[in-house]
Design a protein around this ligand. Structure first.
Ligand code: AVI
Length: 325
């Protein structure tokens, strides 16, 4: 289904392709996750309005080096990256507010089409409209779909027979388990080459404060999930009886973000009773870290040939250029 929603002509109208991704039912996902052992809830539910605000605040924290390091890398290498872009279409996965892509668009004015791809329709459309206003020559397309599912490329005429490159910044691939990450990369390879930001492995002494900062914003971000469950599902989580913890598991190369119960307690969600032991954990997120070599292996398993990797002097973060085989 397509629609052209804006009619003002001082910029090119944004075309919306709305594939109406089914939002997983919050109640059943929460109940299912809390009845598992160990308990876990998908990180997609962290991003209600408050959660999105808290995540934006995380990105500016002194401990959270990921955003500023990736932005610096994009700025430092924009001209070189631009040589790979050609004059076709640039498709951004999980495009959110479409900020980082502006660095590439500034360096590559020859790019004709930008496709923002996100599950959150309204935010996506607004971000694409802002981009269309700021880059008047650019054709901006909003593609509302779930990027963990096969891409509906055949239904988008603007992507037919075009040089197309994917862009997936932020190391969001780290929030997928490796098997899911390969699946994502396989889907992305159908589109074309890929520019992707990946956080690098580093000692726990750096990673743990990155995910459990001194101001408590990371903790508030995770614990907001309980507030959301209370509000939307009529639950009675007592937030004073839970705390937050981020641990780096070196064996798996991943940060595990957990809410920890400070008592033996029973929580009610409607008619359901959920028991927590003292010290029992509820996992809210994994954040996998990869060496450049490990990530390139993953990419090769998904049908890409690694062409280039840009890293900062401190080896905090990497941006890979992957060529579709
Ligand atoms: C979105 N994603 C890349 C973040 C990360 O670094 O794994 C999510 C996050 N959660 C808490 N802090 C950051």
């Amino acid at each position: 289904m397509t629609a052209t929603l804006n009619s003002q002509l001082h910029y090119r109208p944004v075309k919306l392709y709305d594939f109406q991704p089914p939002l997983e039912d919050f109640r059943s996902a929460v109940l299912e996750g809390l009845q598992r052992f160990p308990k876990s809830i998908s990180p997609q539910f962290l991003y209600d309005k408050r959660g999105s605000e808290l995540f934006d605040a995380i990105c500016t924290l002194p401990e959270y080096y990921l955003t500023r390091t990736e932005v610096q890398l994009l700025q430092d290498h924009a001209n070189e990256i631009a040589t790979y872009l050609g004059n076709g279409a640039l498709v951004e996965f999980g495009s959110g507010s479409s900020q980082k892509v502006r660095i590439l668009l500034d360096a590559a004015p020859q790019v004709q089409t930008y496709v923002g791809l996100d599950i959150s329709r309204q935010h996506l459309y607004e971000a694409c409209t802002a981009l269309a206003q700021d880059y008047p020559g650019l054709e901006a397309i909003a593609l509302c779909t779930d990027y963990t599912q096969p891409l509906p490329i055949a239904q988008i005429p603007e992507l037919q027979n075009r040089h197309t490159i994917g862009f997936f910044p932020g190391s969001s691939i780290g929030n997928l388990e490796p098997a899911e990450a390969v699946k994502f990369l396989q889907n992305a390879a159908v589109l074309g080459d890929l520019i992707i930001g990946v956080d690098l492995k580093k000692p726990a002494s750096i990673l743990e404060p990155t995910y459990d900062d001194a101001q408590g914003i990371s903790a508030a971000f995770a614990l907001n999930l309980l507030t959301r469950i209370n509000r939307e599902l009529g639950a009675d989580f007592d937030l004073s009886l839970f705390t937050y913890r981020a641990r780096y598991d070196e064996t798996f190369g991943r940060i595990e973000m957990q809410i920890v119960s400070l008592a033996q307690q029973t929580v009610h969600i409607g008619d359901a009773k959920i028991r927590f032991g003292n010290g029992e954990t509820l996992r809210t997120e994994y954040s996998y870290k990869y060496t450049s070599d490990e990530f390139q292996m993953l990419a090769m398993a998904a049908g890409f040939q690694p062409i280039q990797v840009w890293t900062d002097a401190q080896q905090l973060f990497s941006i890979h250029y992957l060529k579709r085989l």
